[in-house]
Design a protein around this ligand. Sequence first.
Ligand code: 3PG
Length: 214
Amino acid sequence: MLANMDHEIYTQLAETKLLPLYTATDLSCLDKLEEILINNEVRFIEVTFRSELAAQAMKKLSASGELTVGAGTVRSLEEAETAIENGAKFIVSPAVVPEVIDYCLKQDIPVFPGTATPGDIQRALAYGIKVVKFFPADIYGGLKAIKALSGPFYDVQFLPTGGIDKNNFIEYLSDKHVIGVGGSFIISEALILKDDGATASAKLEELVGLLQSN
Ligand code: 3PG
């Protein structure tokens, strides 16, 4: 089965351009998180399986239907199943994980496999997947690598993550092969906890401002 690249998640990502990567260790932050994302029109979030609260956080953030919630750090079929049961609408993996990809394609759930090399990208293409995560972007050559990979993989779009920050995200997004950028620089639990979201909100507003003025 080949991936459905007409899925609306891709259009949404291409419009929003920012995919916040979020690890939940305190569910009490989630209302504030949702409020900040909605206020800034960033209606996307990737909740990682890097904490035991991942599934609960996905469920809670999906409840209002205001956000498009996805699951990140999905390394096993079990995690993919749990994520989708708990409201995840897309799956992000740090690598090309065949059982995760097969499951997502059967469910018509967009999956972003992590890639860093031509071999990885070729394996994703075998499933018809033409939008891949590029990770860890900064270690594997950043934008320079994306430009080089876009030669042979001219029909692939990249979602770079890893080392993306306020100072380089605009440059990444200036490349037509970059559909969006992801990472923990967009919002974090630690920042929300600091002062009930005031700093997190101001920082996101700044990022969105930079995005709009470029
Ligand atoms: C990922 O899984 O996408 C990365 O761990 C994100 O990296 P960052 O924390 O540097 O944004």
